[in-house]
Design a protein around this ligand. Structure first.
Ligand code: AMP
Ligand code: MG
Length: 491
């Protein structure tokens, strides 16, 4: 049976409007591609034909072996501060943007292959990705999406049939990634560090038109751009913090202008609450620890602000002053977003001055007793529903005073206990990607060629707020005597 090639209604503005910001390129041939996972719902959302995409002809596209009609495959240029040190040239060293489509909601989305071979930006790298990190990005990204957190998404994961050399030989793979755009703080830095201020302006105008059209009408559009990105990032990081997500490598090249989470490498979710939690084996100074994430976001925004100096005012001193004020406003912005994300977790609909102390009081209890972040909130919801035993078992005797203060606070809320309990269960996940479950799923895929644990975990994580009829191990943290969890950079 001959199959129709998948059709994409590409509308490639980055390629058309930003010549000089990328290199047209092509993917390597994948010798024996196999579809490991396909995101049918996302394909439909993108206005694509899932049948055609999951067919042999579709697989050829997802493996980089066929260029769909209308695609303009390209590798984007960007720079970035990595662990505080500036690299003037990073760029897509193993990714290829196929083009942009307008999804069924009218939103412009990039479609990119990650792991499709060397590009002019590869430096020493092989341009490839391994099955483990590809499935990890798929799984965590989709879990974030289901948790309601802005993120790039996975359309497909394909194994290439080609081994890649890491510490050992591993099976190779390609992820098809979908993003609101792939413009990063580091994209601005690439041109600013070369003194190409016209290009910075061109990029800023493009980013405004694509992501923050209101900024174009502001008195100072480039300041408005910084403010819009700051607001998006404040909101994003607050959401990360509210679920215990640790990105692990918040370099400026891994921070989007759109406000989506991007580049899932050594990321992981915290189980027992500890503000200083670090999972990444390469983050030796704990730069990207859980509690540092808001401050790092601000640091990255300062790097973005620096690229905008010549655009914001002809008088450099004045530009720096205006931009500095904007960056200095981030902690207050973030603080407000954090309260917005945390209050509903405690069943609070209204805002009161004492809420910050009430929330941090609970976190302190968890930290002192090494309690699981996710389960504690879930048990708190159950306490509101009338069953206080699980919460008390979680926080012990010292929890009673806090529980009393919380109940007193709830008396000044309008909702009935029943309504509030349901609302709490709808924002406090029952399932997060538990580290041992993720490892189990990836190990089975990589070493036993068995995708069933991955598929089962993906299914559970796609409905994180509902207790499902599955093994309880999906909801449980690592055993207390487990070795500290370590992640490795997903290259
Ligand atoms: P990451 O740590 O994945 O965010 O990547 C940082 C930079 O290294 C980006 O410019 C990537 O394109 C590049 N890179 C990562 N892994 C590879 C690889 N295997 N081959 C070529 N470039 C890579
Ligand atoms: Mg990156």
């Amino acid at each position: 049976m001959t199959q129709a090639a998948p059709r994409f209604d590409f509308d490639n503005t980055y390629a058309a409007q930003l010549e000089g910001f990328y290199t047209p390129w092509q993917a390597d041939e994948a010798p024996a591609p196999k579809l490991m996972q396909f995101n049918e719902a996302l394909a439909v959302e993108l206005g694509l034909d899932p049948m055609a995409l999951a067919s042999e002809a579709g697989l050829a596209v997802l493996a980089g072996n066929a260029v769909p009609e209308g695609a303009t495959p390209l590798a984007q240029a960007y720079a970035g501060h990595q662990f505080g040190g500036f690299s003037p040239q990073l760029g897509d060293g193993r990714a290829l943007m196929l083009g942009e489509v307008i999804d069924t909601n009218g939103r412009r989305r990039d479609i990119q292959l990650k792991g499709s071979g060397r590009t002019p930006f590869s430096r020493g790298g092989d341009g490839k990705a391994a099955v483990g990190p590809v499935l990890r990005e798929y799984l965590i990204g989709e879990a974030m999406y289901a948790l309601g957190i802005p993120t790039t998404r996975a359309l497909a994961a394909v194994s290439t049939g080609e081994p890649v050399m890491r510490e050992t030989m591993l099976p190779g793979a390609i992820l098809t990634r979908v993003a609101a755009s792939h413009i990063r703080v580091g994209t601005f830095q690439f041109f600013a560090s070369r003194g190409e201020n016209d290009k910075v302006r061109q990029l800023a105008d493009y980013a405004i038109a694509r992501h923050y059209p209101d900024a174009a009408r502001a008195a100072n559009p480039y300041l408005a751009l910084l403010e819009a990105v700051s607001e998006a990032q404040a909101s994003l990081i607050a959401k990360w913090m509210s679920v215990g997500f640790i990105h692990g490598v918040m370099n400026t090249d891994n921070m989007t202008i759109s406000g989506e989470t991007i580049d899932y490498g050594p990321c992981a979710f915290m189980d027992r609450y500890a503000a200083d939690t670090v999972f990444s084996s390469i983050d030796q100074t704990a730069r990207y620890a859980y509690a540092n994430q808001p401050a790092i976001a601000q640091w990255n925004l300062a790097r973005l602000a620096e690229t905008l100096i010549t655009l914001v005012d002809a008088d450099t001193d004045k530009a720096i002053e205006i931009l500095t004020d904007s960056v200095n406003a981030f902690p207050a912005l973030y603080g407000a977003k954090w309260l917005e994300a945390m209050r509903p977790k405690l069943g609070l609909a209204a805002a009161e001055d004492g809420d910050f102390d009430l929330i941090t009081g609970l976190l302190s209890l968890m930290e002192a007793q090494g309690r699981d972040f996710t389960l504690t909130f879930r048990h708190l919801a159950a306490a509101q529903g009338g069953d206080v035993t699980a919460f008390q078992a979680q926080v012990g005797g010292e929890g009673s005073a806090w529980l009393g203060a919380w109940r007193e606070r709830l008396e000044r809320e309008d909702a009935t206990a029943e309504v509030r309990a349901a609302a709490m269960l709808a924002v406090n996940p029952h399932y997060i990607p538990r580290n041992q479950k993720v490892e189990e799923a990836l190990n089975a895929a990589v070493y036993q060629d068995d995708l069933s644990p991955f598929k089962a975990l993906l299914a559970v994580l796609s409905d994180p707020f509902t207790a499902q009829d599955v093994d309880d191990s999906y909801a449980q943290p690592a055993p207390l005597d487990a070795a500290p969890y370590r992640t490795f950079c997903g290259t």
